[in-house]
Design a protein around this ligand. Structure first.
Ligand SMILES: [Zn+2]
Ligand SMILES: [Zn+2]
Length: 260
């Protein structure tokens, strides 16, 4: 098999490889891992969405009643304090959905892929799951750089927001398929965001260890950078309209004054 031309970056470290998760391959989804070691690193998260019946379409489990109740309780929690861009769960949900939070909560339960009332429902549900599953903010002692608080779900928030914004933009350009949840790129988008949500707490623990293990921190920051670039390049769809719409989105972001 001529495989070299099919090499893709490892989801964890970014090294080009032709090795991929064999179960996901059976399901028709290519998720690349350079080594067993890197596959194992994200396995606790990946196993929930790995293989036939789970990988494609991405098996987002519907939010449970207790997850929804926890979201209501945490609506006004700010996940990063002492940061200018801190935003409550309420504000983030309203920004992602362009709807009042009461509307979002009312339509977030039930069939996860019924997006008739809430576009991006799978992405928003993942976002809420990450938000409510995170423990209380962790106190971070940065030594001579002072101290801060950090919530391990923040990167998941950012990734889910990036995914949601990209999808909104594609919809605005009228290049979004009628049911994005049926498309491979959409599942891949969720897989990548999901992998990042596993890498972040690992990076966090490595950073706060004594001595810190910056190599694990680098895996996370590298994976996150690749994720954003992948979205901007059109999410592997080879659909020029996608890449064009997402590039336009990029320049729109660059021209916009910083939000308050
Ligand atoms: Zn790797
Ligand atoms: Zn897999």
């Amino acid at each position: 098999m001529p495989s070299d031309s099919n090499a893709q970056p490892c989801e964890v470290c970014g090294v080009d490889t032709t090795s991929r998760c064999s179960s996901c391959q059976l399901a028709g989804l290519d998720l690349f891992f350079c080594s067993r070691e890197h596959q194992k690193l994200v396995w606790p998260a990946h196993k929930l969405v790995c293989g036939p019946g789970k990988a494609l379409p991405f098996a987002v489990q519907p939010l449970t009643d207790s997850e929804l109740a926890a979201a209501v309780l945490r609506l006004d929690e700010v996940s990063i304090v002492q940061k200018a861009n801190a935003a409550s769960l309420r504000r983030r949900l309203e920004k992602m959905s362009q709807r009042p939070v009461e509307y979002v909560l009312e339509h977030l339960g039930g069939d996860i892929y019924d997006t008739s009332k809430l576009a991006d429902k799978p992405v928003i549900a993942l976002f809420v799951r990450c938000a409510v599953s995170a423990s209380r903010p962790i106190h971070l002692d940065l030594g001579d750089r002072g101290s801060s608080f950090f919530n391990v779900s923040d990167a998941s928030h950012c990734c889910a927001e990036a995914a949601s914004c990209a999808i909104d933009w594609l919809a605005a350009f009228r290049v979004l398929p009628r049911r994005p949840q049926d498309q491979a790129w959409f599942s891949l988008l969720l897989h990548k965001a999901w992998t990042l949500s596993r890498l972040l707490p690992l990076a966090w623990h490595a950073y706060t260890a004594d001595p810190p293990d910056m190599s694990v921190v680098g895996l996370y920051t590298g994976a996150r950078k690749r994720f954003v670039e992948w979205v901007r390049r059109g999410m592997g769809t080879r659909d020029p309209r996608f890449a064009e719409a997402l590039r336009a989105y990029d320049s729109f972001l660059l021209q916009r004054p910083p939000s308050s």
